[in-house]
Design a protein around this ligand. Structure first.
Ligand code: 0O2
Length: 221
C-alpha cells in the first residue's frame, strides 16, 4: 500500500519548477554569505551581480531532442543540467577562479562538471566558466540534489555574450563569414579590456601602497 507521500509521475512533473526555483534560492543565499564575508575580508566583493533563470518547458523539450534523449521525467531530471541557471558577473577574471576554488571546497555542494570557456573560448569567441553543481534540498522524505548550471563571467565577457545573443540569436542560419570573424575579433577586445582593467587596478593598489609607505617614513622622521 502506498504511503500518502507517494506521487504519480504527473504530480512529480508539476512539482519540478518549484524544486528548481527553491534550489536557486538556496544557492542565492549561499552567495549572499560569500559576498558579505568576502567584503569583510578583502574590502570588496568579487561579485558584481547575479541573475537566475528557469529554462522554459519548450527549451527543455528541444534540448532533450537535440541530445537524442527521450522526453520523459527521467531524462529531464537526470540528464538536463541547466534547467536552473545562475549567472555570476565578476569584475576580474581571477575573482572567477577564486569563487570556483571556494565552491570546490564546500561540503554543501557537489561539483558535477566544469567547462572552462575562458581558458578555451568557443570558436565564435564566447567566454565564460560554466560549473554544473548539485544543490541539496532537504525535503520531508529525503534530500534531493538538484542540478544548477552556474555561468561565471567578467563584465566585459557578459557585455560580449549579451550583445552576441541579441545580434545573432535569430540569424543563426545565414550569418556571413566576415561577420563571424568580426564577432571573434570583438571577443579579443574583451580580453584586452579585462587585462587593461586588471593592470589599472594593480597600479592603483601599488600607488596607494607607495603613498602609505611615504607617510610612514614621514612620521618616523
Ligand atoms: P539560454 O537562453 O541561456 O538558456 P551541450 O552542448 O548540450 O553538451 P550545453 O548545455 O549546450 O551543453 O552547454 P554549454 O555550451 O556549456 O552552455 C550552454 C549555455 O551557455 C547556453 O544556454 C548559453 O546561456 C551559454 N552560451 C553557450 N555558448 C554561447 C554563445 O556562443 N553565445 C552566448 N551568448 N551564450 C552562449 P542555452 O540553453 O543555449 O540558452
Amino acid at each position: 500500500s502506498n504511503s500518502g507521500m507517494m506521487s504519480t509521475p504527473n504530480e512529480q512533473v508539476k512539482q519540478l519548477p518549484t524544486l528548481y526555483q527553491l534550489a536557486l534560492e538556496e544557492l542565492e543565499t549561499k552567495f549572499k554569505v560569500i559576498r558579505s564575508e568576502w567584503k569583510h575580508r578583502n574590502g570588496y566583493s568579487p561579485i558584481e551581480h547575479i541573475k537566475t533563470r528557469l529554462k522554459e518547458p519548450k527549451s527543455i523539450i528541444s534540448k532533450c531532442e537535440r541530445k537524442g534523449l527521450p522526453v520523459n521525467l527521467d531524462s529531464i531530471v537526470n540528464k538536463i543540467y541547466d534547467i536552473a541557471g545562475m549567472r555570476i558577473v565578476c569584475a576580474f577574471v581571477k575573482d572567477i577562479y577564486s569563487i570556483l576554488e571556494h565552491l570546490k571546497s564546500r561540503e554543501d555542494l557537489r561539483i558535477v562538471e566544469i567547462k572552462d570557456y575562458i581558458d578555451k573560448p568557443k570558436p565564435n569567441g564566447y567566454q565564460s566558466l560554466h560549473v554544473i553543481v548539485q544543490v541539496p534540498l532537504v525535503l520531508f522524505e529525503d534530500i534531493r540534489w538538484i542540478y544548477v548550471e552556474i555561468q561565471m563571467r567578467t563584465l566585459a565577457m557578459d557585455f560580449w555574450a549579451s550583445m552576441e545573443h541579441i545580434i545573432f540569436y535569430k540569424y543563426e542560419e545565414q550569418v556571413p563569414p566576415h561577420v563571424v570573424n568580426e564577432l571573434t575579433d570583438a571577443a579579443k577586445a574583451v580580453d584586452m579590456l579585462d587585462r587593461k582593467m586588471l593592470e589599472l587596478r594593480k597600479e592603483i593598489l601599488n600607488y596607494n601602497h607607495q603613498d602609505w609607505m611615504d607617510r610612514d617614513i614621514f612620521t618616523m622622521n
